[in-house]
Design a protein around this ligand. Structure first.
Ligand code: GLN
Length: 503
């Protein structure tokens, strides 16, 4: 493809460029059918995904069938939900009945789950049309999607760059107009960081607001699924489908009912008079790219212009978030990944009668897990071993408590905290080889993950033609606040539109 502009010519193009809200409204009015919308997106996938490689599995038949039932419901006079007929890209860490689910790993190749995750069910019940499963870092461990066993995804803004990770397939799909909505999961930043580097909106909920039932576990005390979209309102609409209590997840919060959509619509009025915004001193300065800092400073000025009161806030323990996270997450993963034992799921190597059960297990894990996953299992096993447990895992949990207290102290003074979403913009595929440099991508996102508090990334400009994200963090259970302020900011700055990308 010489000029593979990601969206050019024809009415199908117009359909893929619509917001989710407008798409759903057009379907309800009868201007377009859900089947036509699904076809337009499948055509866009056929055109651009050979370059972007956002999808691991495309379910065209399932999508067209789901779309047809939305059209039938409309024809029968049934009231359609706010996102009925809107296409969605699903991260491959979320189980989907009968559809391949690999979590980006060879060890799950060929596995078709016998059940749906709770969020999959919620999405289907809302009439949302699932187009397929998206690429990701293996078991959600990474910041670039390069750790996928199935090859990297390319950033639609510049195909030589990473789309963020671990939910990079989902972020790239939304940025490339392959889907207006996508699901990601965020353990240490895997929704906010990919959203930031692809110029879209991504939200990590309060821990416990979205069910983890049917999410392939990485680090259970941190994992949360959440929405991606190109606008704050669309992100809110999807969040309102996802959140809510689930008896199948023991950490799910009972009695939760947010109106994120209402908060986004109210926030779009754009007045932030009386809102106290804290700039986190520790999340900036050295190690942050000049272009990121410049866009962030502009964002602060914009918020001030909208009437917000800006204050600098210090959260001294945020500095230790990276070290604490890279003990806690590997520890939990070393326990969670023990279930991949060559017996229950997917791959099995060496089962020819010549090997013992332990040998089959070991051969399967050696062949099925990639290098980053093995590194984390080993770090985690070490950190949890007797004699080291207190020195590593125990200490990390204490640091986690200190970070929670930093947030509590800060939220006595301000309504939200802000920072850049990432210290750097999208880097080149293959450019970062050292794991510690890779881990530093999570500097800004880790504190909210460790504290279980909500945070959103919203586009705040470009640095050398690549998107920069603004992170807005709120107290636990104040999820709506993230949407309100992000909507005000988006109204003031406009929606970032990706230029035509050429291969
Ligand atoms: N980049 C972080 C990691 O590698 C976060 C991943 C995530 O949020 N799933 O662990």
């Amino acid at each position: 493809m010489s000029d593979s502009s990601l969206a050019n010519g024809g009415s199908g193009t117009d359909l893929v460029r619509l917001t989710a809200a407008d798409t759903a409204a057009s379907i309800r009015r009868g201007d377009v059918t859900a089947v036509e919308v699904a076809q337009a997106h499948l055509a866009q996938i056929a055109k651009v995904d050979p370059l972007v490689k956002a999808f691991l599995h495309i379910d065209a038949d399932g999508a067209l069938e789901a779309a047809a039932s939305v059209d039938e419901a409309r024809a029968a006079g049934e009231a359609l939900g706010p996102l009925a007929g809107v296409p969605l890209a699903m991260k491959d860490v979320v189980v989907t009945k009968g559809l391949p689910t690999t979590s980006g790993s060879k060890i799950l190749e060929g596995w078709r789950p016998p059940y749906d995750a709770t969020i999959t069910t919620r999405i289907k019940d809302a009439g949302i049309v699932m187009l397929g499963k998206t690429n990701m870092d293996e078991f959600a461990m990474g910041s670039s999607t390069e750790n996928s066993a199935y090859g990297p995804t390319h950033n639609p803004w510049d195909l030589t760059k990473i789309p963020g990770g671990s939910s990079g397939g989902s972020s790239a799909a939304v940025a490339a107009f392959e889907a207006p909505l996508a699901i990601g999961t965020d353990t240490g930043g895997s929704i906010r960081q990919p959203a930031a580097v692809t110029g879209i909106v991504g939200f990590k909920p309060t821990y416990g607001a979205v069910s983890r039932y049917g999410l392939i576990a990485f680090s259970s005390s941190l994992d949360q699924a959440g929405p991606f979209a190109r606008t704050v309102e669309d992100t809110a609409l999807l969040y309102d489908v996802l959140h809510g209590h689930d008896p199948c997840d023991s950490t799910s919060i009972a009695g939760l009912s947010f109106d994120a959509t209402g908060a986004a619509r109210a926030g779009a009025a754009g007045d932030l008079t009386g809102v106290r915004v804290g700039v986190v001193r520790e999340l900036g300065g050295e190690g942050y790219q000049a272009g990121v800092t410049a866009s962030f400073d502009d964002a602060v000025a914009t918020l001030k212009g909208l009437g917000a009161e800006i204050v600098e806030v210090s959260c001294p323990n945020f500095e230790y978030a990276l070290a604490a996270y890279y003990l806690i997450a590997p520890s939990e993963c070393s326990s969670n990944l023990a279930r991949f034992d060559a017996v229950r799921y997917g791959l099995r190597v060496g089962d020819d009668g010549s090997n013992s059960l332990e040998e089959v297990m070991s051969l399967t894990r050696a062949a099925g897990f990639g290098p980053e996953v093995k590194r984390r299992i080993m770090i985690g096993t070490y950190a949890l071993s007797s004699g080291y447990y207190e020195a590593y895992y125990g200490q990390a949990q204490k640091v986690r408590t200190l970070i929670v207290r930093d947030f509590q102290a800060a939220f006595e003074k301000v309504d939200v905290l802000i920072s850049p979403a990432t210290p750097v913009v999208a880097f080149g595929i293959g450019e970062v080889v050292d794991p510690i440099t890779m881990y530093r991508n999570d500097l800004c996102t880790l504190p909210a993950s460790l504290a279980g508090t909500p945070a959103i990334s919203v586009p705040c400009g470009l640095s050398d033609g690549l998107p920069v994200g603004l992170q807005i963090m709120a107290p636990a259970l104040a999820d709506e606040r993230c949407f309100g302020i992000a909507a005000a900011f988006e109204r003031a700055t406009g929606i970032l539109q990706i230029p035509a990308v050429t291969a």
